[in-house]
Design a protein around this ligand. Sequence first.
Ligand SMILES: Cc1cc2nc3c(=O)[nH]c(=O)nc-3n(C[C@H](O)[C@H](O)[C@H](O)COP(=O)(O)OP(=O)(O)OC[C@H]3O[C@@H](n4cnc5c(N)ncnc54)[C@H](O)[C@@H]3O)c2cc1C
Length: 382
Amino acid sequence: MKTYDAVIAGGGLIGGAIAFELARAGLRVAVLDRQEPGREASWAGAGILSPAPEHAGMVPLVPLGKASLARYPQFVADVEEISGRRAGFRPKGTLEALFAGDAPEELSTLVALHRGMGLACEPLRVEEARELEPALSEEVQATALRPEEASVDNRALTRAVLEAARRSGAEIHAGIEVVSIWREGKRCCGVQTSKGKFAAGHTVVAAGCFSARIEGAGDYAPVSPAKGQMVALRAENVSIERVLWSERIYLVPRGDGRILAGATLEHAGFDKRVTAGGVHSILDAAIEIAPGLREAEIVETWAGLRPDSPDHLPILGPVDLEGLLIATGHFRSGILLAPITAKLIREWVVEKHTSMDCERFSPLRFLETKSAARGCASDAGP
Ligand SMILES: Cc1cc2nc3c(=O)[nH]c(=O)nc-3n(C[C@H](O)[C@H](O)[C@H](O)COP(=O)(O)OP(=O)(O)OC[C@H]3O[C@@H](n4cnc5c(N)ncnc54)[C@H](O)[C@@H]3O)c2cc1C
């Protein structure tokens, strides 16, 4: 049996970024993935790097998102240099388009809300927006530019991060399923897998929406899958420079000329089928924001499973079992949050404290909810 400083269950972008960070800190690291690493949510995502919250419940995530976005240029530079691969990073901002009749008032609210959270957001005249993005529909009533946002080719990035981790000394194992946490008394000693035990001083659960299926991890990481369908388009007459965003759709440009359109948000268990209804709703909204896409070729469709948590916030940090850490539940922002997640896990492992307050994201919050619920149940009893 081999012994490591850190074993990571799951080789998606999160597990890969943690492996890269820990290996560069001098730790002996193994990543275990039950299939080819990097083929789940980190492959399926759109790669938008936006710390802007989609609703009030996501506001606690803004500081983490901003910190991660700030790390992105250096993260990509390091990954590209060490892996010898490109990651398709595009720091060109996001253009948000509003359609409704009351768009001007909505625009002022939008700009004020973003600025209140320290996020750059500039109102643009629609004509100015169309100079930047000629593909924008004539029906758009108001626009705002979020100049600090970016996008990345998450498939390319994930491959590059795993390669950079490997070149930094981490072992990346495909085809090894982590079955359970290996627990001895109050300590986690590693993991039990389909290929035997792996011993480690630190064990990190980063298995995306599958994390709760690992025996012994479910109470700390009660994640579930949130399906998202996507469509990739190629159009002779339409090209976009930056992410285009509306209430119904986002369009993300790739370096090879494809435009990604997405995404649905469905609670459909572990089902990854692409459906007629899903593709229809994506195409309808894509053509609304960029009518030239009506002539576009559909080059690919796919679906992936976001790791959602009960409060839709990430689950990060150590638990009450010594040596075990959780890094999952990144839901719609795991591509954005990979650099900061890796940094925080390194700080917990190496420095025993973090440079940011992460209490809000502690895996122990779910244990507290559970024991409170148990308390209520017994209070109500005879
Ligand atoms: C359609 C869609 C669009 C998205 N768009 C964006 C976006 O624009 N921006 C953004 O920031 N985020 C986006 N996301 C979210 C983002 O993709 C995820 O939050 C992120 O990829 C999660 O990464 P992960 O490494 O935790 O999980 P995953 O990438 O799912 O990786 C988990 C890995 O664990 C492995 N595994 C599972 N169980 C086991 C086991 N028992 N043993 C060993 N290995 C195991 C799996 O094989 C997999 O490789 C999107 C997601 C989807 C689906």
